[in-house]
Design a protein around this ligand. Sequence first.
Ligand SMILES: [Fe+2]
Ligand SMILES: [Fe+2]
Length: 376
Amino acid sequence: MSTNEELIGRKDLNDLEAILSVSASDQHEAIRAVKDNAEAIFTWDYEKGKRPALNKLYEKAKVSMWNGETDLPWDTIVDQEQVARDNAALNTFGDIDLSHTPFAKWDEKQWTELGMEFQNWSLSQFMHGEQGALICTAKIVETVPWIDAKYYASTQVMDEARHVEVFAKYLDTKLNGHYPLNAHLGLLLDDIITDSRWDMTYLGMQIMVEGLALAAFGFMHQITTEPLLKQLLRYVMSDEARHVAFGVLSLKEYYADLSDAEMFERQQFAFEAAVRMRDRFMQQEVWERMGLKPREVLPLLIDNPNRLLFQQMLFTKIVPNCKKLGLLDRNDKWLRRKFEELGVIGFENLTDTSDEYEAFALGAGELSASTAAMTA
Ligand SMILES: [Fe+2]
Ligand SMILES: [Fe+2]
């Protein structure tokens, strides 16, 4: 099983009809139940520090906890309209001629509204993704057989609780609307949670979802003019860099002994995850809420250079980390060729995230020029 059709249900990666046919179905339910097929593993080997890099990460995490209630300036007044104007949604379309499109008659008010919906959508997806991370990390505590990894994962559970908390509070008190979980992100979270193999949780969550989140948070942190959100993202990023490092360090050890056939399953999983995450950024729910047909809007965006650049930027952490894990070139360079098809292989030589968390630490001050450049 290795064709696009078998892996992601369509032959052409850019087949819009197929992408749009996946949409949120259970958004009116109060809960979403997903079957977790994994066994909970006890270990009797309690030797702390057997894996020094994980132990170091654990010690670092214990002294890096912040409190979302008291450390962030929640009394900041957020003028969402102004923020939307500052971040000009019109730029989404770059130089494209909009005269024969539904946007031709749009006035400034509608563009501002679109900008606000982009914010509502992005922060909502961040919040849902953070809950996915909370659940996946709790699962890792149960399933990973190494004590140093159980210890570290337990600190990440606490980090993710704070992340869900601050994104939810920001949405509730500073923005004017919520979105349900995006269907593509939902499919990916389901795949990660239902898989019985403990390392797949790491690959899906720490490497793919959190790798993308680190890049997306970095991008928003750089462009937003809103000081509370800027600080909130800075705090969250300091944790996320550790989380991605946790994934890279753990899988590096585990993958060293896997056969070609086992590695191929990981390569396919990484590719499927990459496509799901890219599809999610079509933001189909936003276009619908603005009274537009995604089928009319998305062709304007799909080949737009600004848009492509943004989409590719989301992979600045994922690709070098996959390379570090040996995923790109095993099995006749299978994943390398898939990442070429997605147009993201160019990032393979950026810094991987195995020790980059030091640069993201809160005490490290503003992000250095090189770190910021990689997240931009
Ligand atoms: Fe998080
Ligand atoms: Fe995280």
